[in-house]
Each structure stands twice: as C-alpha cells, then as structure tokens.
Design a protein. Structure first.
Length: 582
C-alpha cells in the first residue's frame, strides 16, 4: 500500500521513465536537475558537490573526504603547536608556561594553519550551513588566513635578507618588518569584515555578486604576496645572498687566520705571505664551497612548490570571480575537474606548512626559519679559542713544526696500533699535532662513515680543517647499506603494504562512506609517515656509501719535510737565479 501511495505521488513522466516506457527529451523535470546539473537523455548529470536523481542532495563522499583531510591537518598542526610549546618549556632553566607560549614565527604559522584547516573542515562537514547568514563570510576566512601565513614568511625572509648581525638560531618573531606585516593583515581582515557586513545587509543574489568581488580582491592580494615570496625566496635560496651570511664571512676570516698561523710561527708570517697565493676578493666563491647541497635543493623544491600552488589559487579565484562569463559555456565534467583540482590545491597549500615546519623541537634545523642551514656549520667560538691558544703558545708551536719525527713512529689516534696492515697507510689529514696528528686511512674513513649524518662530518672536529678527499666514480654501496638499514626498509615497506591492504579490505567490506573515508585517510597518513622515514633511511645509506668511496689525502703541509735551521732567515733561489735574502 505504501509503495502504491509513493508511486501515485510521483510525477507521471517520472513513472513512465521508471518503467522504461519513455526517456526524457531535453528536460529532467520542471526544476532542471535542481539547478545543480545537466540533463542528458533523461538522466541528470550532477555537479561534483551534489548527488541524487535530481541533484538535490549533497554528495556525501565528496564532502566527507575533504572534511576528513582538513580536520586531520588541523589536528596535526595543533599537535605540532603543543609540542613546540612543550619543547620551549623544557629548554628553560626556570620553566614558565607564559614564556613558553610567547609569540614566535613558528607558533603563529602553526596557529594560522590550524584555524584555516578547521574552518575548511567545518565547511565540508555542513556545507548548507555555510551558505546563509554570517557563516557565508566565515567560509571566505580561509583566504585571509593563507594570506597571513604567506605574508609572515615573506616578512621573515625580508629580515633575513636585509638585516645583519641577527641570530636566527633561536625562536623569535618579526622585528623591523612587524609594522608592514600588521598593516597588510589589517587590510586583509578589513575585507573579511566588509564581506561579513555585506552578507547581513544584501539579498541572496547581491551576496553572490559581492562574493565574487571579494574573491577578486583576495586574488590580487595573494598575487602580490606570491611575487614578494618569489623575490626574497630567490635572493636567499637561489642566489644565496643576504645579511645572514655576515657571521659566516667573519668565521671564514677567522678560519683562514687559524690555518695560516699553523704554517709558521709569529716571526715567519711576513716571509710566508710572500709565497702564499693571493686570496680572492670574491666572497661568493667562498660561500659556494660551504653550501649544503642537499639542504639547498630541498629548500628550492619547497619554495617553488608553494609558489606554484599559490599561483594556481590566484588563477582559480580569478576564474571564480569571472564565473558568470564562462561556467555556462563549459561542459559539466570540465567544471567538476575544475572544482576537484581547486580543492586539492587548497589542501596542498595548507599541507605545505606542517611539512616545512616538521621539526617542532628544534626550529633552528628548519630551512624556512633558519637560512644558515644552507651552509655547513661553522663554529665561530672554536676559531677564536684556537687563535688565543696559538698566540699564547707560539714558541711551543714553532718547536712542534720544527720537529722532524717520522710519521711511521706515531700511533693512530683511533686504533692506537701503528703496526696494522689492514687499515691502510698512516696519514696526517689535518692540522692537528701531537698524539692526534696521525691516523690510519681506513680508520678515519670508517669514523666519517659512522658520523655521516652530520653536516660537518668531513672536517676535523678538533682543529676544524676540511679534509682533502678524492671522490670515486662509483659509490661503495656494500658499506653504505647495513643490515640495520635493510631491516628498517623491510619494516617500513611492510607497514605501507599492510596499511594499504587493510584499507582496501575495509572499503570493500563496509558500505558506510564515513568508515571508508576514515580508512582511506588513515592509510594515506600511515603511508606519508612511512615514505618520510624511508626517504631519511635512503639518504643516510647514500651518505654512508658516498663517504665509504672517498680517498682521504694527507695534508699538504704534512707532506713537506720540515728543515731545522739555526736562524729564522732563509735564502731562496728565485726564477732569475738570484739569491734573495729576507
């Protein structure tokens, strides 16, 4: 009886189509697919946001998928923010919760991304609630938050480029550029406030018009931010220029002085300078020698990926502003792809922030907050201390340099066995003297392999001298890949395959869209974490294999025999066969 009543209440044409007696001809009911689709041979093809026979209900799979992703991003950013506060609290000598919660660039970025993800997730949870009243303007709050995060990074990089004698190793907030950041954000959120007021005053048709206008304003502001994002990003991470190099150049000068002082004593410095090569006046060549290539490439890929996604967001906002002119002329499937790509790029822009801010405990290890990560570590205090020790013990240094002791009579400072035949030749690879001056080639290479994770692993940790090495044409993967790496790789790959299989099984067995989306999202999160650990594992194995294939050469000044003389005056035969007495 109930079925008969249901059939009697339906449109007669719908009944004919239901029983196969006729098909729709250029129309799908009086409402034309509820205005959310197109009619093709009597069947409604709905927009991606809608579902049902007449496109009158939301597409739950679409909304649940993006709501899950944005809520997961919000949860990750919240955890990162809490861990950042805890890390600062633990580092304090006198722990204080208020001091741990002080405003820093890293915390502000976490908070901004958390709010943006939360607002977007709330929209996809209840899309109909965000189409009327004040909540309609809350939907657009995503773009001012993205503008705030991007402009904060631009202002921070501007300080990195322009300011000198600034320490970027400690968590801090903007200093000189704070007023510019504040003014820009006042303008941005004034637009959001104006949109909020418009939604309360004007009708539904006018609201749609003004929404397009405000989207155009956000697109213009975002375009300006991306331009400056690229300007300062290219200067700092491509041209390697800026005020942050000031400390590096000072450390380089100290390093050069240390090496020079090790060659001769105080009375022979003038003599040695006559025969030393003339130093180059270009600082760029010195910087190029100390660049961390791996970190440089990572920063460039991260910078370009975010700039590319922001440009796409600008293009999509412009297209939404001009949608009245093109949407009706574009096929439905093209509009659906347009919407899906738009949402994926929105996810990518937000996902970029927690990825580049992955280290919550040590923000100085992040390239985005500490551009000095592009350079190999230079210990300024070590060189100052070394110079002071040399100035106080000039006579002892002269005695050490004039010592004619054979290297074969010294012991390896690693194995303390000078008679070993399986450890390679005994060499003096750095400027160290005394008991730590000699070392077996293979012993030192293994020492470097075990510490290959450190950026300064190819320098002496005592005197700071860079080892003179020869690179082989092939990597030594036999020593690079250990049993530990193999077990870790197997465990990671097994976890990835297991999570994918479990998610696929759950999706096949359960019909509920919520459980399916939760299973897929969990599997993606597990795979993301596993891919990260797999990448780190591969990088460590590559570094070990690379260092295992190196040939370490003895230092030049160690290869020259020291001649003991009575006086400090040495006669040298020049090219014209004339005797020059200095």
């Amino acid at each position: 009886m109930e079925q008969m009543i249901a059939l009697s209440t339906q449109n007669p044409l719908t009944l004919l189509v239901k029983f196969g007696m006729m098909a729709w001809n250029d129309t799908c009911g009086n409402e034309n697919c509820s205005g959310h689709g197109e009619c093709h041979n009597g069947t409604c093809l709905c927009e991606i946001q809608f579902d049902g026979l007449e496109c009158h209900v939301p597409n739950l799979s679409y909304y649940i998928a993006f709501a899950t992703i944005f809520f997961m991003l919000a949860f990750v950013c919240l955890i990162q923010l809490i861990m950042c506060i805890i890390a600062e609290w633990q580092k304090m000598k006198a722990p204080s919760f208020l001091r741990a919660c002080r405003v820093t660039t890293q915390k502000v970025l976490y908070f901004i991304v958390f709010l943006a993800s939360l607002i977007r997730g709330a929209y996809f949870t209840s899309p109909t609630a965000f189409k009327e009243g004040w909540s309609r303007s809350l939907l657009s709050a995503y773009y001012p938050l993205v503008l705030s995060g991007s402009s904060l990074i631009v202002c921070f990089w501007a300080e990195v480029f322009h300011l000198r004698n600034m320490s970027w190793d400690k968590p801090q907030f903007l200093s000189k550029s704070f007023m510019g950041f504040a003014v820009f954000n006042v303008l941005t959120y004034s637009l959001l406030l104006a949109e909020f007021i418009v939604t309360q005053i004007y009708s539904q048709e006018d609201q749609s018009f003004y929404t397009h206008v405000f989207n155009g304003c956000y697109a213009v502001l975002l375009f300006i931010v991306v331009v400056f994002f690229l300007i300062y990003g290219v200067e700092v991470y491509f041209k390697i220029r800026g005020g942050f190099l000031n400390d590096y150049q000072n450390s380089t000068i100290l390093n050069k002085r240390t090496v020079t002082d090790l060659k001769v004593n105080a009375e022979e410095q003038v003599t040695a300078k006559l025969f030393d090569p003339v130093p180059s006046t270009s600082q760029s060549s010195q910087v190029q020698e100390q660049i961390n290539i791996s970190q440089l490439h990572q920063s460039r890929v991260g910078l370009l990926s975010q700039a590319f996604m922001l440009f796409i967001i600008v293009g999509f906002l412009c297209s939404e502003t001009l949608s009245e002119f093109w949407k009706a002329k574009v096929p439905l499937y093209s509009r659906n792809w347009h919407d899906i790509v738009f949402r994926i790029i929105e996810v990518g822009v937000i996902l970029w922030f927690p990825c580049v801010l992955w280290n919550c405990f040590s923000p100085e290890q992040l390239w985005i907050l500490n551009p000095k990560r592009l350079l190999k570590r230079l210990d300024h205090s070590k060189y100052v201390k070394e110079i002071e020790l040399q100035d106080k013990s000039a006579e002892q240094d002269a005695a050490l340099f004039s010592d004619g002791t054979s290297i074969s009579s010294k012991d390896c400072w690693i194995c303390y066995d000078s008679e070993r035949q399986d450890a390679g030749p005994l060499i003096q690879p750095c400027q160290c003297r005394g008991d730590v001056s000699a070392v077996h080639h293979n012993c030192l290479r293994r020492w470097l392999v075990e510490s290959s994770i450190n950026a300064d692993s190819l320098t002496c940790k005592v005197c700071g001298t860079k080892y003179n090495v020869e690179h082989a044409s092939k990597l030594d993967w036999q020593n690079g890949i250990t049993s530990r790496h193999c077990l870790q790789t197997i465990a990671i790959v097994t976890t990835m395959c297991g999570s994918s299989a479990a998610a696929w099984t759950l999706i096949q067995l359960v019909e509920g869209p919520i459980i399916r989306m939760f299973a897929a999202g969990t599997a993606l999160l597990v795979m993301y974490v596993c891919i990260r650990f797999l990448s780190l594992n591969t990088v460590v194995a590559y570094q070990r294999a690379k260092i295992s294939s190196l040939n370490i050469i003895s230092s030049d000044n160690n290869g020259n025999a020291h001649v003991s003389t009575i006086s400090h005056t040495v006669c040298v035969d020049l090219a014209k066969s004339e005797t020059a007495t200095i």
